[in-house]
Design a protein around this ligand. Structure first.
Ligand code: NDP
Length: 322
């Protein structure tokens, strides 16, 4: 089978299409034929070297498809089942391995493209809105990159929970998408000061929470957008990692809370994972969550897809199709 691998970290030119042996599932694992792989920003961090991986490395941790083999001890799944996982070991391939405990069955009304489009970013938006800072009716939230994969889903969930949302976006076209997702206000932060826009949105008070996946470029403005004792949820590094800072800064900015969460710690048990995934599939079935697949690329064109994501040229979800 073929897979997209890196032998060293760096730019998109490091992605290689290679013939590799079909992987065998170990104990507690399953193998499935990948029908759609999800592109996530984390894939670019692993490719660039921001996050360390053992080399050579097959990229990709999100995919959906059909089970072709199960390892010892796997009782929940069997060959032929339709599944999805956000903890895949090498999703950029024709077939991939995932831990059964981190895999979910895909319901009948959801095809593999939709499952691969919603699982990782959807569970991320779910834990951000429901667990890290559980939004309540009347809360005000700032969502950065509001037309991105996580951003569009998080904005919808925040609105469902009754929050007021101001979203930031890079372009006018993205502003339209953020508004359609329910954002009450949108700031084009490439040309406007988003902290000032957020103050105006909240009558000078500041928001209760900032969900910031942009990182380095928005860190300071995000602190300046919060009400006293508000929370900065820093969950990503699309513009680079947030630099080290002194805890005293949080006191100076209003006794703020700062957290740097990651999905693995919010899907630690199969029960927690299933509960989040079940919510996503139920909301989709009920028409309460719209999933935008902004672009699809053939798997062999993964480099082009990485370039588009890193170049801020994508909206919603990007899929890679083997
Ligand atoms: P997106 O689809 O949101 O794409 C990233 C967006 O970030 C871009 O489209 C762009 O939107 C914005 N951006 C702002 N500055 C830059 C920059 N300098 N370079 C590139 N992009 C920039 O990606 P995802 O939905 O996949 O991920 C969003 C964030 O969430 C990422 O940081 C990712 O790592 C993080 N994440 C974290 C998880 C966790 O559990 N901690 C899990 C999943 C994702 P615009 O043009 O509108 O500014």
């Amino acid at each position: 089978m073929y897979a997209i691998r890196i032998h060293e970290t760096g730019g998109v030119e490091k992605l290689r299409t290679e013939d590799v042996p079909l992987p065998e599932p170990g104990a507690g694992e399953l193998r499935f034929r990948v029908e759609a792989a999800g592109l996530n920003f984390i894939d670019t961090y692993k490719r660039s070297g921001l996050y360390a991986v053992k080399l050579p490395h097959t990229l990709g941790q999100e995919a959906a498809g059909v089970v072709t083999a199960v390892g010892a001890g796997v009782t929940d799944f069997r060959a032929g089942d339709r599944v999805a996982s956000a903890a895949v070991n090498g999703a950029y391939a024709e077939e991939a391995i995932a831990p059964a405990a981190q895999t979910v069955p895909v319901p009948g009304g959801v095809d593999s493209r939709l499952a691969a489009a919603v699982l990782l970013q959807g569970m991320t938006a779910h834990y951000l809105a429901c667990s890290t800072f559980p939004l309540h009716a009347g809360d005000a939230a700032l969502v950065h990159a509001g037309a991105g994969g996580v951003g569009l889903l998080l904005t919808q969930m925040a609105k469902t929970r009754g929050a007021r949302v101001i979203a930031t976006v890079g372009t006018e076209e993205k502003a339209t998408l953020a508004r359609e997702a329910g954002a009450d206000a949108v700031c084009v932060y490439t040309r406007e000061d988003f902290a000032a826009a957020t103050r105006a949105f909240t009558g000078g008070r500041g928001v209760d929470v900032v969900y910031d996946g942009v990182g380095k470029e928005t860190f300071e403005g995000s602190l300046n957008s919060l009400r006293p004792r508000g929370m900065l949820v820093s969950f990503g590094n699309a513009s680079g990692a947030v630099p080290a800072f002194a805890p005293l800064l949080l006191a100076q900015k209003g006794s703020l809370f700062f957290t740097r969460p990651t999905l693995a710690h919010y899907t630690q048990t199969p029960a927690e994972l299933r509960a989040r995934a079940d919510d996503l599939f139920a909301w989709i079935a009920a028409g309460a969550l719209a999933v935008r697949i902004g672009a699809t690329f053939p798997l062999a064109a993964a480099a082009e897809a990485h370039r588009a994501l890193e170049g801020r040229g994508t909206t919603g979800k990007v899929l890679l199709l083997p």
